[in-house]
Design a protein around this ligand. Structure first.
Ligand SMILES: [Cu+2]
Length: 160
């Protein structure tokens, strides 16, 4: 009888563990479905939007304000876009050093090309040779420095 009871207790324990595992995996099902097992880059953009038109954003530490004009949209392959640089208060910033770094975090690789930034006079800059060699979710870090100030903006978006 004592043996029966301890066996029953064991079964209860096992079924509790199974239930817990089930609940945990059910809670994660949304994430686990996003795990990239193949290389179908287009189908798992996690609701991240494409970059298109004019986007205005402050850098992480609020030092600069960037107005980016992506035109129709950023696409797979070669891209260029314009950047208008302002300080926090919206005043034009010229003569800044700007570096653009595309990166595909999910695959741990960068771009096959190096973006080239040229000044167009005053606060206007042109960013060319921005290559996204595959579809999927990309990041792009824009590093800005001028004088003693340096800050950056990281954008995350989908390339289809
Ligand atoms: Cu990739």
């Amino acid at each position: 009888m004592e043996k029966m009871r301890s066996l029953w207790g064991e079964i209860n324990l096992i079924s509790s563990i199974v239930l817990v595992i089930f609940l945990v995996s059910a809670g994660c099902s949304e994430d686990s479905s996003n795990v990239v097992t193949d290389h179908d880059h287009g189908s798992h953009d996690h609701g991240v939007v494409e970059l298109k038109g004019i986007v205005s954003k402050h850098t992480t530490n609020q030092m600069f304000m960037l107005k980016l004009d992506f035109g129709v949209k950023l696409v797979k392959g070669m891209n260029s876009f314009t950047l208008t640089l302002m300080n926090h208060d919206g005043k034009a910033v010229s003569g800044a050093q700007i570096e653009v770094i595309p990166f595909m975090t999910a695959h741990n690789h960068g771009s096959s090309a190096k973006p080239v930034v040229t000044t167009q006079g005053g606060e206007k800059y042109l960013v060319e040779n921005v290559v996204f060699q595959m579809m999927g979710e990309w990041d792009m870090t824009i590093k800005v420095s001028q004088g003693k100030m340096s800050d950056e903006l990281k954008l995350t978006f989908s390339i289809k």
